[in-house]
Design a protein around this ligand. Structure first.
Ligand code: DX5
Ligand code: ZN
Length: 212
């Protein structure tokens, strides 16, 4: 399994020592961007993402949990993102935002919150490079995995195979060595934050997921 490392729960006072090595061992680095409106939390912005570019050349999988993603695409492209994912529940024209992301020559993803069904994004699937299923309510790391996400992953895999779509199926929230086995058959990659970053041996926990 490919792992996208969420650095949200890392020690921000000493980033290089706290997650520098595990970022290099991960397959992607997942950047959680929160605006205090779309979700009840505020995290990091483009300047911070750009500074992390010095620590790794792994692809940045940027997850925008912001109300107006259309206004910040260029900033996160310039910060070094290879994938930008925004929420279907955001206040924007989703097809226009996908086209905007693609106009910069990078990959576009859509995320769905736990209460949003797959059918809401079905007509956008042909244009997507990634679908990010939220398996917790977005806003905070360290929450419990919601099993209703498993059916969504399964459905996305069925649609992908039936129509020959190209999107990667990704999942975000509460992923660890107990929850990933329940859903891994339907995924291309998985986000993991606290299970890896807050572990005594971060590389060992990352490997546990990568070896599944
Ligand atoms: C939640 C974020 C997640 C979170 C994952 O809103 O989108 O990426 O940091 O952290 P864990 O793996 O601890 O649930
Ligand atoms: Zn995320």
């Amino acid at each position: 399994m490919k792992v996208s490392l969420s650095i949200l729960t890392a020690d921000f006072s000493d980033f290089k020592n706290s997650v520098g090595e595990v970022m290099k061992a991960s397959d992607y680095v997942h950047m959680d961007i929160m605006d205090g409106e779309f979700v009840p939390n505020i995290s990091i912005g483009p300047a911070f993402v750009k500074s992390l570019r010095k620590l790794t050349d792994k692809p940045f999988d940027t997850h925008l949990m912001i109300r107006h993603p259309q206004n910040y695409i260029k900033e996160f492209v310039d910060a070094g993102s290879q994938y930008i994912t925004f929420h279907i529940e955001a206040d924007c024209n989703a097809k226009e935002v996908i086209d905007l992301i693609h106009s910069y020559g990078i990959k576009a993803g859509i995320s769905i919150k736990p209460k949003t069904p797959v059918k809401v994004i079905e007509e956008l699937l042909p244009y997507l490079d990634m679908v990010l299923i939220m398996s917790v309510e977005p806003g905070f790391g360290g929450q419990k995995f919601m099993p209703n996400s498993i059916e969504k992953a399964k459905r996305l895999k069925e649609l992908k195979e039936e129509f020959g779509y190209n999107y990667l199926i990704n999942i975000d929230g509460g992923i660890n060595d107990k929850t990933l086995p329940q859903v891994k058959d339907y995924l291309d990659l998985a986000v993991s934050g606290s299970f890896v970053c807050n572990a005594e041996d971060q590389i060992a926990n990352l490997k546990k997921l990568q070896e599944m």
